[in-house]
Design a protein around this ligand. Structure first.
Ligand SMILES: Nc1ncnc2c1ncn2[C@@H]1O[C@H](COP(=O)(O)OP(=O)(O)O)[C@@H](O)[C@H]1O
Ligand SMILES: [Mg+2]
Length: 266
């Protein structure tokens, strides 16, 4: 489904700030896989997502999605196939449009028709029902401007926008990190339900190692632009937080520098 081959990205080439953010990185995901990504600050996790989305072209290597080579495909074209949710609830939705209008726009964009409000009454009912299921008090606020919603509510709208037409790939970049623990837990549950229901191929960056090991089917750990650990199945099921941190220290020859992660907090 997703095939990343030997991708390298160097920022500030030939300057004093030269930094290799992705270092000959390769990763393959099968359809329906749900992979969690952990790693210290600056490991290159978000840069990996940027490379997949086409925020920049990689210096070398190839990326293909569902059999198509997207290495040089522009970002706006990839966005029709890839859903992305950021940590910041302000990103992803338009504050001056209503919930209904935001979802309609996402729908129109994914259907690669002209931009417009293309949801019919039946679609709207489906989304109102979906919102009711999420139990976030959103179903009766379809005509409310998104700017008036809480962070958690906005993340739910963004998730719904990403899945209104199921994407080939869903990228979640610490999308619950800015929320309080209770809301974060709720959004994770909604995320899991959406992924399972649509059988979405997913990459999720998280600072919560416990949640990384429990969520999805496979966990990778990044450091200095490389994947230093890739576990699934029984090996992953048996892995404890401490064992994972031990492995990190041995393989990266560093102590983990992500405090929130060490604490295992939400
Ligand atoms: N657009 C950019 N220009 C220069 N340096 C960047 C850029 N984006 C990321 N970096 C650098 O690349 C490294 C990896 O960043 P990032 O992928 O955001 O890390 P994280 O794993 O915390 O998400 C960091 O050192 C960061 O400063
Ligand atoms: Mg990041």
């Amino acid at each position: 489904m997703l095939d990343i081959q030997n991708v390298t990205k160097v920022f500030g080439k030939d300057t004093v700030n030269e930094h290799t953010a992705l270092d000959d990185l390769s990763l393959h995901l099968d359809k329906g896989e749900f992979v969690t990504i952990v790693g210290s600050n600056g490991a290159g996790k978000s840069t990996l997502f940027n490379a997949i989305c086409g925020t920049f072209f990689s210096d070398s290597g190839h990326i293909s999605l569902d059999g198509a080579d997207i290495t040089y495909m522009p970002e706006h074209k990839r966005s029709k196939m890839i859903g992305r949710v950021f940590q910041d609830p302000m990103k992803g939705t338009s504050p001056n449009l209503t919930i209904e209008e935001n979802i309609a726009l996402a729908y129109a964009r994914s259907k690669h028709g002209p931009l417009g409000f293309a949801l019919n009454k039946r679609d709207l009912k489906i989304f109102r029902d979906a919102l009711a299921d999420f139990d976030m008090g959103l179903e009766d606020r379809m005509k409310t401007k998104v700017g008036l919603l809480s962070g958690g509510q906005r993340q739910v709208v963004t998730l719904l926008m990403c899945t209104v037409v199921p994407p080939k790939l869903l990228l979640l970049d610490e999308h619950t990190a800015a929320l309080d623990p209770a809301t974060s837990e709720k959004i994770m549950k909604i995320t899991n339900d959406m992924i399972r229901k649509n059988n979405l191929t997913t990459l999720m960056i998280t600072h919560n190692i416990n949640s990384a090991l429990k969520t999805g089917t496979r966990t990778i750990m990044m450091d200095s632009g490389s994947i230093i650990l890739d576990i699934s199945g029984e090996e992953r099921d048996k892995m404890s937080l401490n064992e994972l941190l031990d492995l990190y220290t041995r393989r990266s020859k560093k102590v983990f520098d992500n405090d929130r992660m060490l604490l295992g907090t939400e």
